[in-house]
Design a protein around this ligand. Sequence first.
Ligand code: FES
Length: 168
Amino acid sequence: MRVEEPYSYKTVSSKLVQVAEIASRYKGRPEMLMKVIIQVQKIVPSFSASVAAVIAREMEIPQTEVYSFITFYAMLSVKPRGKYIIRMCKSAPCHVKGAREIVQEVEQLLGIHMGETTEDNRFTLEYCPCLGICEISPAIMINEKTYGNLTRESVRSIIKMYIREDVE
Ligand code: FES
């Protein structure tokens, strides 16, 4: 897959250095791509072909893999999103371990469906690719924090912590 025009803009080299610095921490660990992309998004407003190339080079993974992640992520990022982004892993190991039930619990608690944001703009619920913590599936990520081995009860109390703003 090629990155087409919408992603094209000039990224200043100092920003590319920062992107490289982040991506190089996860050399040879393609499962950490989601984490890298979330961190990189704070530095660059959108993903250019050069940003994707730097990520691919530093992580030593195929550029096509980076592109498909970015495409997936860009698709999600165009909608208005909440203060807390709850990302539910959509990959097979989490699915097998009951991700669907976890999603249902979160949907019920927040009164929204997958892909939606609460009316007060505090929570967005969305799917994401593997979070790289399959050994503790089913797993979610809320902003940059990951939670695993989830049950209906545990995810409920985690979300309630966020509702109370009882988080760092
Ligand atoms: S499959 Fe869910 S974290 Fe990897």
